[in-house]
Design a protein around this ligand. Sequence first.
Ligand code: ATP
Ligand code: MG
Length: 393
Amino acid sequence: MKEILLLKDGEIVLKGLNRRSFEDVLKKNLKNTLRSLGRFEITSAQSTIYVKPLSDDIDLDEACDRVSKVFGIVAFSRAAVCEKTIDDILSTAPEYLAKELSFAKTFKVEAKRSDKKFPLKSPEICREVGGEILSKFPHLRVDVHNPELIVNVEVRDFGAYIHGEPRKGAGGIPVGTGGKAAILISGGIDSPVAAYMMAKRGIQLTAVHFASPPYTSRRAEDKVVRLLRKVSKYAGPMKMYTVPFTKIQEKIKDECPEELFTIIMRRLMMQISSNVAQQNECFALITGESLGQVASQTIGALACTDDASDMLVFRPLIGMDKQEIIDISYKIDTYDISIEPYEDCCTVFTPKHPRTRPVLKYVIEAQEKPGFEPLIEEALANLKLTYISAEDD
Ligand code: ATP
Ligand code: MG
C-alpha cells in the first residue's frame, strides 16, 4: 500500500503575500531533514504540503519523527494513498487502519471532498465508509460526538487519502525566514532551550561557545557539540565558533575586583559574540538568561551585561521558571547531556560574593583599567569553527 505524509502548515498561512517564500523555505527545510532517508517529492497545494516517498524501502517512522521537528507545521498525518473511486476507498480504509480499528470501541468517519467532481458528497462518503468498517469490525460502535478513533477520508485533486488522528507538528515558523542570530551556548540546561525557542520563531542560528582550557576540558566542548546536534534536529545545521577564552579570564582574575569577575566576563562574552555575529550576518544575540536565576541575572547585572554591546539581545527564557525550562529540555532531549558534570568557563574563578547590584560606571572603569582589546583581537583571530549537523547525533 502506498503511503504519503500530509502536512498542515501553520502560522505561515498568516503571512499574506510572503506566503510563497515562507512555503519555499519550509519545503527546503523538509527536503534537507529527509535527504538522508531517501528520495521524496515535496509539493504543496491548499495549505497542505505533500511529502511523497519515491521508493518503497524508505523508513517512514523515522521520516515522521524528523517531520515532527520541522518548524512551520502545525499537524501532520501519515496516510494511505488510494485511487479516487469509492471502491478503492472502501477497501483501503478498513485495511490501512485495521490495528487502530480493532483496539477502539467507538469511531466516526470524517470526509473532506475538495475535488467537487467526485460523485459522492462528504456525508455519503462517511456513510459508505462507516458501513464498510462496521461490517468488517462488528465490535465497533459509531459515536459522532466523542469517538475514540476518527477515520479521515480526504478526496483531493491528485488522489484520495485515508488516515487516523493527525499528529501534532512542531509549530512555529520555518527556520531561515526570521533572519540569523548568534546563540551564546554553554553546556548548561538553559542555553540549548533558548536556542530551540528562537529557532522556533524562524531564526537561523550560529553558535558561539567560550572555552577556557585547561580550566575547562575538551569533553566540556564536546558536550556542547552534542547538545547542538540535538538542537539541530529542530534548528537545522549550523556553525559553531569556539572562542579561546583562557587568557581573558586569567586577566580578569588578576586585574579586576573579585566581586565583578562574572559581570566583566559576561560583558566580554557579549562584546566578542557581537563581533562573531556581525561577521556571520547575524542581527541579534541570544542568551539563556532568566531573571533572578543567579547573581549575574539580576536586573542590575543584566543591564550591565546589556550595555557591553549595541546588538539586539534576545533572552527568550527571561520570564520562565527553572522547571519550565527543564520541561522543554526534556522535550528536546538535551536535559541528560546538560546535566553531565563538566566545568563551564562561567564556573571557573567564580567570586565568593558577586555583586548583585553592580553600578555600570564602576564596572566599565574596572574593565577599562586593564584593557582587554589586544586579547579580544587575539581571541577573534583564533576562533575554531565546527560544523554541526543532526545527522551526526
Ligand atoms: P546555562 O544553563 O545556559 O549555562 P546558566 O543558568 O548556567 O545558563 P550562566 O552560566 O550565568 O547561566 O550563563 C548565562 C548565559 O550566558 C547562558 O545561558 C549562555 O547563553 C551564556 N553563556 C554562559 N557560559 C557560556 C559559554 N561558556 N559560552 C557561551 N555562552 C555562555
Ligand atoms: Mg552556565
